[in-house]
Design a protein around this ligand. Structure first.
Ligand code: NDP
Length: 327
């Protein structure tokens, strides 16, 4: 028997989440059984744990879109008992039972071996949000980062915190946009060289082009803020669009693309092929300062998840929440 956070749907259509003891026979089909050590809380997890069920495809369900742990049993030659592994994406925690349990069973294709130099806890301090930040940095590098600072929006969230730390370690100046100016010290400690108040970029665009300010951007907010920053990019610079914490609409014009050659790069962490995942995780192990990573972490247990899930949807979580499923 093992502990799992099970989300159930009642006859009234309402969902509820509670920690239960269940048997291994309840685990879904898959080639590899993993003794989960850590999982995390991402924005999608907030949707899946909360009332309404968000992205959950079928009930009962175990959320948790990422996890790291040790292989317990494997029917696939690529993994054997004792191997350390990490998982992000592939709709685990949405359509397939995820990491909010002491055991998970998944397809071998969805896993990545834990890179040397990372513990399972560090891997989950990074988690889906940090892995996505790494993908965004790699996409900007592929297209060339220009001379000005790199703008990071939603900076004190999970993606933003890790993006700030990685870009700073790589030697870029980082302008961090936050709605929590009281958290400026947190962001400068992560390596931000400039703090921009959210309100400064929240105003609706009045002119499609403004002064060129940013050599690149990682945007976790979307909506009006993404529209606004497109007009502030340097000629030929790129914006890696990661999230929609501030809205899914895009009230922009085509002018920044036509007259400034701006690139808008969509980042999707869910369906990344194995080689890309491996490369990004290896870059995380080398390019993310581990002392800064620790400063981002809030620890949690399975029973804390319903409350933290609600908090992340309100934009009230700072950095990364690491769930010790055995605590
Ligand atoms: P967090 O909730 O940790 O961070 C989001 C941050 O955005 C907040 O901390 C806050 O930062 C800011 N924010 C929140 N609400 C608003 C608002 N209304 N207007 C402007 N800013 C706001 O989430 P994550 O960092 O984990 O994820 C960020 C986004 O990226 C989400 O939309 C998520 O779904 C998406 N995502 C996408 C992935 C992909 O594969 N493309 C993978 C992972 C996440 P501050 O207080 O500093 O302003």
């Amino acid at each position: 028997m093992f502990n799992a956070l099970i989300v159930e749907k009642g006859e009234d259509g309402k969902t509820s989440a509670a920690v239960q003891q269940i048997g291994e026979d309840r685990l879904p089909a898959g080639e590899v059984t993993v003794a989960v050590e850590y999982s995390t809380v991402n924005y999608k997890d907030g949707l899946c744990v909360g009332p309404g069920g968000g992205l959950v495809r079928n009930y009962p369900h175990v959320p948790g879109i990422d996890f790291a742990g040790t292989v317990e049993a494997s029917d696939d030659d690529r993994y054997k008992a004792g191997d350390k592994v990490v998982l992000t994406g592939w709709r685990v925690g949405e359509a397939h039972w995820g990491g909010y349990a002491q055991k998970a069973r998944v397809k071998a294709d969805w896993l990545v071996p834990l890179p040397d130099g990372l513990t399972t806890r560090q891997a989950m301090a990074v988690g889906t949000a940090g892995f996505t930040a790494m993908l965004a940095v790699m996409a900007l590098e592929d297209h060339g980062i220009k001379a000005g600072p790199v703008l990071v929006t939603g900076a004190s969230g999970g993606v933003g915190s890790v993006a700030t730390a990685i870009l700073s370690k790589l030697g870029y100046k980082v302008a961090a946009v936050t709605g929590r100016p009281e958290g400026a010290d947190y962001l400068t400690d992560l390596g931000a060289t400039e703090i921009i108040a959210r309100a400064e970029l929240a105003e609706t665009i009045k002119k499609p082009l403004e002064a060129e300010r940013w050599g690149g951007a990682i945007d976790a907010v979307g909506g009006g803020m993404l529209a606004r920053l497109l007009g502030q990019m340097e000629y030929g610079a790129s914006v890696a669009a990661v999230g929609l914490a501030g809205g899914a609409g895009l009230p922009a014009t085509v002018i920044p693309f036509l007259l400034r050659g701006v690139n808008l790069l969509g980042i999707d962490s869910v369906m990344q092929p194995y080689e890309n995942r491996l490369r990004a995780w290896q870059r995380v192990a080398t390019d993310l300062p581990m002392d800064k990573l620790e400063a981002m972490v809030t620890p949690a247990t399975l029973s804390d998840l319903p409350k933290i899930g609600a908090d992340i949807l309100k934009g009230q979580v700072r950095g990364r929440v690491v769930v010790d499923v055995n605590a």
